[in-house]
Design a protein around this ligand. Structure first.
Ligand code: GLA
Length: 692
């Protein structure tokens, strides 16, 4: 088994050999007679890793006084006998009805004061002391009973923390929010300063006046709202840490994770409600779920979003291997139109994650449910049974992943870093900003797509920035002095730093930096803006390099040592710079004062890459994904054809998907993929030749 570093810097033995393969296994939904058959099927498909018990609290503790572990004992024994490693859930994700009926205050309250009813899942408030007590009792029971079980490879705390209960406005939450604020600010004077409460007569004179920002007359106080988002993320992180503490006390050597939803967003936020950059260092291995799927969504950009999310997952994992804890073999029941995946799509999705650093590929769930809310969600074993195309594709995927065993532990090297900052995203989702259309996550995704011809890391602002030839700062609205200094230092040290509009505008208290925009980056970029002129949803502007731009314009003035690369051609901004570059130390600082269309962004990316000595085109076409993983044992080139046409790529080695030797042009049919074990350690970028 390969190793990675866990959250304590220790060597972590990966849960399985090679690339882990499996999914959520929910045997409690089935009679015991099915379990033996399930394990046989797992062996047939090379499944070696399953997550057990995620939603089994009500089964494990059917009444407050009774516990029933016998069935789970038998499941774990069966799995162990079948050679399947277990990611055992702490089972705290959904409290049983007896708990939330006896203690309604456990259930979360929405921003209009409505307390959620029993009948769905994850119906608990992160700040409820009663939930905390009961959940930790369960964790302790699980750890004591199964800590020594030979099948146990990993602890799975709760499930997608924050998926349904990320904001709770209950009295318990109000008390916890005040305690959080007291730790952050010490006293009310500091809170009043940070929140700017002189505006709109919001000065607080006693802590009890401070409440969660529930529904009110109009816009809330921006820093109050931002602190609420920070608190909500921390409140759930606190539940994770409390469970982890119990697990570590009883089973110090078993690694602990909880499954993130990186890049999945939430009803309230494009980036989701948990600041995973802060959560990731607390995981022994980072795991995530991804359900944005391809043609089933009718969204041609889905594979770009998948690769963005995967690169962000690797970014927050500090480039360590990570685990794809859940995706779908086919249909995803919560989509409004729930279509099956097309032939080959599951393999392509799975390999896209592996290409970008996943050392495990797992799904929700092993056997499709007959009953319950997700009965139309796909599974490894579909409703149709094993005499089905889906099962045959699952078996094929297992065989391919088995052949990829040596890839495990290898790394993805990325010359381009794209910063992503959860807090800037949350702040830009508030009312009262220059434009609702200016969203850091959207800009970051567009940048990732523009630079798709080279591999990008998507990293938080506190990452090691010194390793990138190109560093992109997409609408990083909130920025501390220290962060701005580190970004400037990267430019001085030789990086091409591209800052986009609406970056560096406010400090981490969300107070605007005075003296002209873009505040924190004005000196680095040598540019200054006094007022913004954002565009309506249908408006465009033309630049003199042929680019069409949207969303944003500003009246930009530039210092003498700044090169203007593109100017506005029309209207009141005619002649005003829109794209600039300033030499800085051994590198340069580029400013993009608008949002070009995709073609314009790609051209800018080409220019910047050329300056940095990177060949954007040689690597990839944006719909032919080419990513290399490299390790001590070799290098592997992942080539995924997301287009509807045949493509040809020059490669040399053995394709581990088809087990064919390739030396020269490799033609991939539409939707097909290859993983080339390269004959000599690859460094050069392969060329995508003409379409066949
Ligand atoms: C999430 C959850 C699973 C299941 C899947 C499928 O990822 O963790 O329990 O609901 O979605 O939709």
């Amino acid at each position: 088994m390969h190793t990675a570093s866990d959250s304590r810097g220790r060597h972590l033995r990966w849960p399985t050999r090679g690339i882990s393969f499996g999914g959520d296994y929910n045997p409690e939904q089935w009679p015991e007679a099915v379990w033996q058959r399930d394990v046989e099927l797992m062996r047939e498909a090379c499944v070696d890793f399953v997550t057990v018990g995620v939603f089994s609290w009500a089964r494990l503790q059917p009444t407050p006084e009774t516990w029933d572990f016998g069935w789970l004992d038998r499941v774990l024994d069966l799995l162990h006998d079948g050679g399947v490693r277990v990611d055992l859930a702490t089972a705290t994700a959904s409290p049983p009805p007896w708990l939330t009926a006896a203690h309604p205050e456990v259930r979360p309250v929405d921003e209009r004061g409505y307390r959620y009813e029993i009948g769905s899942r994850q119906t608990w408030s992160p700040s409820s002391p009663i939930y905390r007590d009961h959940s930790l009792t369960l964790v302790e029971k699980m750890a004591v009973r199964y800590g020594g079980h030979p099948a146990l490879a990993l602890w799975h705390v709760s499930n997608e923390l924050g998926c349904h209960n990320s904001r709770c406005y209950s009295p318990d939450s109000a008390r916890a929010f005040r305690r959080w604020l007291q730790r952050r600010y010490g006293d009310l004077t500091e809170l009043n300063r940070a929140w700017g409460t002189t505006f709109w007569s919001q000065h607080y004179s006693a802590w009890d006046e401070v409440v969660p920002p529930a529904a009110s007359t109009t816009f809330g106080n921006p820093t109050h709202l931002l602190d609420w988002r920070r608190f909500c993320s921390d409140a759930l992180l606190d539940q994770y840490l409390a469970e982890r503490e119990v697990l570590r006390r009883i089973t110090p050597d078993v690694p602990v994770t909880t499954n993130f939803m990186v890049g999945m967003g939430s009803p309230q936020s494009l980036a989701g409600d948990m600041n995973y950059a802060q959560w990731a260092p607390e995981q022994d291995l980072v795991s995530t779920d991804h359900y944005l799927v391809g043609p089933a969504t009718g969204d041609g950009a889905a594979h770009h979003r998948l690769s963005f999310s995967a690169d962000l997952t690797r970014g927050i994992a500090g480039s360590q291997p990570w685990l794809l804890m859940e995706h779908s073999t086919s249909a995803v029941n919560w989509q409004p139109v729930n279509r099956a995946k097309t032939p080959g799509e599951m393999l392509r999705n799975s390999l896209a994650h592996v290409a970008r650093g996943a050392d495990g590929v797992a799904f929700f769930q092993f056997r499709a449910s007959q009953a319950g809310a997700e009965k139309f969600h796909s599974a490894l074993v579909p409703h149709a049974g094993t005499d089905s195309a889906r099962w045959r594709e699952v078996v094929q995927l297992g065989a391919v992943l088995r052949r990829l065993e040596p890839v495990a532990g290898s790394r993805v090297e990325a010359p381009v870093g794209i910063l992503f900052d959860w807090e800037s995203q949350w702040a830009c989702e508030q009312d009262g900003h220059p434009s609702r259309l200016m969203q850091p996550m959207t800009i970051a995704e567009q940048m990732h797509r523009a630079f798709a011809g080279v591999t990008c890391d998507v990293v938080p602002p506190d990452a090691d920035l010194g390793r990138y030839s190109v560093l992109v700062v997409p609408a990083m609205y909130l920025c501390s002095d220290e962060e701005a200094d580190r970004i400037s230092a990267a430019a001085r040290a030789g990086a091409q730093v591209l800052v986009t509009a609406f970056s560096g505008i406010a400090d981490r208290d969300d107070h605007v930096r005075l003296g002209g925009y873009p505040g924190a980056f004005g000196d680095l970029l040598g540019v200054r803006t006094e007022e913004f002129f954002p565009l309506g949803a249908d408006e465009t502007v033309a630049l003199d390099d042929g680019t069409t731009a949207r969303v944003w314009t500003e009246y930009l003035t530039v210092a003498e040592d700044v090169d203007v690369l593109a100017r506005h051609t029309e209207g009141h901004l005619q002649g005003v710079p829109a794209v600039t570059r300033r030499p800085v130390g051994d590198g340069a600082a580029w400013y993009l004062a608008t949002v070009p269309d995709m073609r314009g962004l790609e051209r800018l990316a080409e220019t910047i890459c050329a300056t940095a000595g990177l060949d954007l085109h040689a690597g990839q076409h944006s719909d032919v994904e080419i990513v290399r993983r490299q390790g001590e044992n070799g290098s592997w080139l992942f080539v995924l054809n997301h287009t509807n046409e045949k493509v040809t790529v020059d490669v040399s080695g053995t394709d581990l998907v088809t087990e064919r030797v390739v030396d020269g042009p490799l033609t991939l049919e539409p939707g097909n993929c290859a993983v080339i074990r390269e004959d000599s350690a690859g460094t050069g970028a392969p060329t995508r030749k003409a379409d066949a």
